[in-house]
Design a protein around this ligand. Sequence first.
Ligand SMILES: C[S@@+](CC[C@H](N)C(=O)[O-])C[C@H]1O[C@@H](n2cnc3c(N)ncnc32)[C@H](O)[C@@H]1O
Length: 836
Amino acid sequence: MGRGRGGGGRGRGGFRGKNKKGGDRRDVRTEPWSDIRRENALFESYYKTGGFLDEKEFEQMWKYMASDLPNSFRFTGTKADALAVREIFKKRYIPAITAVEFEGEPVQPPEPVKAFPDELVWHMKTHKKVIRRYKPFAEFQRFLVAETTAGNISRQEVVSMIPPHFLDVRPGMVVLDMCAAPGSKSAQLAEMIHGDEEERVKRAASNESFNATDDGDYSDDGRSTGLLIANDTDYKRAGMLVHQVKRLNFPNLIVTQHDASIFPSIEMPPAPGSTKPQYLKFDRVLADVPCSGDGTARKNPNVWQKWTPRDGLGLHNLQLRILMRGLQLLKKGGRLVYSTCSLNPVENEAVVASAIQACGGTSKVQLVDCSNALPELIRKPGLNQWKVLDTSHINGEEKINHMFTSYESFLNTKEKYEKEEPARQFSNKITRSVFPPVDAPSEAERIPLERCVRVYPHLQDTGGFFIAVLEKLDDIKVAQPGASSKGKAGSTDATPVPVQASEHSDATPQLSAEDAVPSAPSPTKRKLEDTEDDAASKRFRTETEDPAQDATNKDGTTTSEPVNDTTSSTPGPNGTSQTPQPRLKSESQSQKEYFEYLPKDDPTVSDILSFFGISPRFPRDRFLVRNKEGLALNKMYYTSELAKTIITHNKDRGMRFIHCGVVMFVSHKIKDKDAMKAPWRLQNEGIKILEPWAGKRIITCKSRDEFYRLLIEMFPKLPKDGSHELGEVGEQLMQLDIGCCFLRIEQDESQGFPFRMVLPVWRHPGSANLMVDKDDRKAMLLRLFNEENPRIINHVMEKAKEEAEKESAEATEEAEGETEAKEEDTEMGDAPVGTE
Ligand SMILES: C[S@@+](CC[C@H](N)C(=O)[O-])C[C@H]1O[C@@H](n2cnc3c(N)ncnc32)[C@H](O)[C@@H]1O
C-alpha cells in the first residue's frame, strides 16, 4: 500500500501533431474544449458510409462520439490492497455524493464499470460544474488526487484497460510491452505478473507451506519469476514511463528505449553443455501501437479539427512492422495483443491480416476468439470488408475524395488520372496491405477477422478502441507484407468522389459534396505523411530486422537470432526488400546509463543484511548500483533474477536500458555515521520485499493513536530520561541502537487499519522518525483518519526555525550595540539528511 509517489495514467499517447514518432498527442489548443465544434464532415462520412454500423446505430454512435468522455479510474496494486482502498472510497464518498442534488435532481455518483471484475474500475459522468460546486465532490477529488499520488488509484481510460485483460497474463510470465509510454497498461501488466506473491513470500519466509505453481510461477521462494519489459522509442515519453512504473516498486521490470519494429533480440546464457548463446522469447507481447487515435475524439479536439484518411494510411506500415516484430519475439504458443485507439480498419484489421499472411498464414499465427474474456464487455466483431479512403489533390488544392474497394481499383484510378490529370497526387501509402484480404482457398486458411474486437463509444459510454488477440502456433519465417495473396484478386473499380460533384457512379457508397476537406492540408497532416513513415522507413533501411529464421527451443529461447546478424533479407515498406545493416546502435550514440551488480559477498551488503537479521535465504547477488565503478555508494536497488540475467548479458551489447530495480537502501549521511554498523536507510519503495525475511530491528504498532502521532509529527521526542508520547512503539524504539528499523502494522479493522503496512522508521539518539515524505503522510492521514488538511509538525524544522529567529534577533541586538553577540549552535538535532 502506498507504493510511493507518481502521477496517474494520463491517457493514451498516439500519433499526431509534432511528435513524429507518434508520441505527443497533448492538446495544445488555446480555446476551451467546449468551444471546439465537434464536426468533421469527412471523418463522419467515412464512418457513416464505410459499412461499420447500420444507419440507426451509426447515428447513436456519432452522438456519443461528439459528447464528453466520462472520467474513469481503477484501483491498483495487489488485489487485497486495491479492494481495501475501494472499500474506503465506497463507504466514505459514495453515500455523501449520492445525497447531492443539482437543479432539483440527484446527481449521478461514480459507478463501477460492469465490464471489469471486482468493481475495481469506476467512471464518473457528472459534469465539472457540479463537481466544482459541491463539497462531497471536492472531498472525493482530494481523495482521488492523494491516492493517485500514492499509487493506489490510476486514472486511465476505460477502453485502455481492456488489452491487458485479453492478454491473459499469469504470474511468472515474461512479457514485452512494445509501445508502453506513458505506461498505464504496463502498470496493469506488472500487477498481473506480480500476482499475490506477497502472501506467498510471507509463507515461504516463515517456512509455512505454499503453492509455488498453482496459478503461475512463484518458485523464487514465493516471489513471481516473471518479468515485464516496457519499451518506448520516444526519449521523453520513455521518461514518463519510468516515472509511472517506478511507483509500482516492482523488481521484475525493465524499461528500454528502442524502436519496437526493430526491437533487439535479447541474449541469454547458453544452455548447460552448450557455448551458443540463446535468445529470449516472450510468453506475452502487447503491441499497443502508435495510431491516428480517431477513437479518442471524445477527449481530443485534434481529431475533429484535423482528421484525414492519410493519418491511418501513414501509420499502417509502421504498425505492421511493429506487429511482425512482436510475433517474431513471441514464444511458440504465446499470445500477442494488438491494439489501437483508432476505429480505422487500415490501422486495425488490415494490419492484423497482413501480418498473419506475412508470417505464413493461419497455420502459423491465428486470431483467438476472446469472447470469454471480459464477458460483460459489449463489443462488435472485427470487419472482413472495408473500403480505403484517400483524398487526391493538385498542389494541395482541387481535392477529390475517393473510396477504393481494392488495390486494383486504386491502381486503375491512379493510372487513369496519370493520363488525364498527371498533376493529381494520391497517397503514396496505399499498398495492397491496407485492403481486405481476398477470399481464401479454404475456410481453414481464411483469416477470421470477425474475432477482432471493436469497441464503439455508444456501447458502454467509452472511447473507441480496437483489439486483436493473436496466438503463435508455430515458428515463423517472415515474408514481405504485400507479397501474399492479400488483394491479388481483382475487385470493382474505385469510385472517385469529387468535392464538388461526383464524377462516376459506383456501388461504393459515396461521400457527399459537403465532405469537402479543408482547402489546404494542415502542416500537421503534411508532416504526418511526409515525415513519420518516411523517417520510419529510413530508419528501417539502416537498421536491419531479425533473420527470418525463428526456431524456438523448448524453454522458449531461440538459438537463431544473433543481434548483429547481417545476412537476412527483411520486409520493407511497400514490399521492398531492405539491405541488412547492424541493428543495434553503439553505446556511444546513446546516453550511458550504468547498471552494475554488486558481488554477492560485498561487505556493505553483508553488513546491512546482518544489521537487519535478513535470512540467508534472501538473495544477496541481486543488488544493483547505478555508478560506473559498480560500488555501494549512495543507493542500492534490488532486481529479480531474470532482470539481472538480462541486464548483465545485454548491457554492453548496445541495448538501451533506462530503468530497472527498486531502491532498497540509501546511504545515511549523519555525523555519527562512523559509530553505526549500517548507516543505510531502508526505503519505503523496497521495504515490503525485504521485510518478510528480517529477524531484527522490527517494531510493531497496534495502536491507532500511536500511528497517528508518528504520521502527524516528524521527529517526535524519545528522551533518554523523561517521558515520551509514543506508547508501546516508543518503548520498543528505546530498546534499539541508532539506525533504521521496520515498523509493522497488521491489518486490524478495530484500529482502523484496513490492510497490512510496513514502513521504515529511523531511531535517532533523542527522537524517532517515520521515513515517509509529507505527501504520503497526508495521503495516509486522509485514507486512514479522514483528515483532510492535516498540519504535519516537524520538530526539527521548528527547532531550526526557532534557532534561526533567535539568532537573527540577537544579530539585530548586536548591531544596535545593546548586547554581546552570542554564538548559537544551530545544530539540526539528529535529523537525517534528505528524509523529507
Ligand atoms: C498508444 S501509445 C501507447 C500507450 C501505452 N501503451 C499506455 O497504455 O500507456 C503509443 C506509443 O508508441 C510509441 N511509439 C511510436 N513509435 C514507436 C516505435 N517505433 N517503437 C516503439 N514505440 C513507439 C509512442 O511514443 C507512444 O508512447
